[in-house]
Design a protein around this ligand. Structure first.
Ligand code: ADP
Length: 215
């Protein structure tokens, strides 16, 4: 694991390569009055982190990217398939009462609603349920299918989408969660729910990126 924070020696190496690259490891070492072997880990880190590029027999040169650009690149590469969590689903006949219980038991803020056959038909959020709950209806007799947001207006994402794309969708459509879907039984307009991406997912990715960047 490599902290994005660079050591003062690594910063000096970057300055030298910026000013004089391409430059060999030997020459960088000379300028710093150190041995090539002492510099080897620093050069490896700077190369693996993307600050420097190395070409055999040419030497090191500056990649031209600053820490923010590198972090941005890293961020845009995160994939839904690596961060998604398990979806929580109920069928559309499930009562609002039972859906609320499921929300508490599973500790989620959004529940996906499926047909008995298994494909996605709706999404129900905390506020959707609160809205019914403050009314006068008997929550045991209202099916969740009545209160959910439904297809074809659902915002979804796929396994191979980037987490960044999922986040943009959530911002644009002002929703807290997206079902991760794949075609249901090979049909074009029916979807099987295979995961979920929520604001919590994004917070987790944000914290991981902030703590360290794997190289
Ligand atoms: P809450 O309303 O509890 O704060 P959201 O902001 O996610 O949660 O939901 C706002 C509205 O958008 C709700 O009516 C909900 O049914 C709907 N909604 C939530 N997620 C989606 C989604 N992925 N696609 C379409 N509509 C959604």
């Amino acid at each position: 694991m490599l902290k994005i924070e660079l050591s003062s020696r690594q910063k000096k190496i970057l300055e030298i390569v910026k000013a004089e690259g391409p430059i060999t490891g030997e020459n960088i070492a000379e300028k710093l009055h150190l041995t090539r072997a002492t510099l080897r880990p620093d050069l490896a880190i700077l190369t693996m982190a993307g600050f420097l590029d190395a070409r055999p027999r040419v030497g090191y040169f500056y990649s031209g990217k600053n820490a923010n650009q590198l972090l941005g690149e890293k961020l845009r590469k995160l994939s839904v398939k690596d961060y998604k969590s398990m979806p929580v689903v109920v069928t559309e006949e499930t009562s609002v009462y039972d859906t609320i219980c499921t929300m508490f038991l599973e500790d989620v803020g959004t529940i996906f609603v499926i047909k008995k056959e298994g494909y996605l038909v709706g999404v129900v959020s905390r506020k959707d349920l609160l809205q019914v709950a403050i009314g006068k209806q008997d929550l045991n007799s209202v099916p969740v299918g009545i209160v959910m947001s439904r297809m074809p207006n659902l915002i979804t994402c796929k396994m191979n989408d980037t987490l960044f794309f999922a986040a943009q969708q959530m911002m644009k459509h002002q929703v807290d969660a997206l079902p991760v879907v794949r075609p249901f039984a090979g049909k074009k307009d029916q979807w099987e729910v295979i995961g979920r991406v929520t604001k919590t997912t994004l917070v987790r990715a944000f914290v991981e990126l902030g703590q360290a960047t794997e190289v």
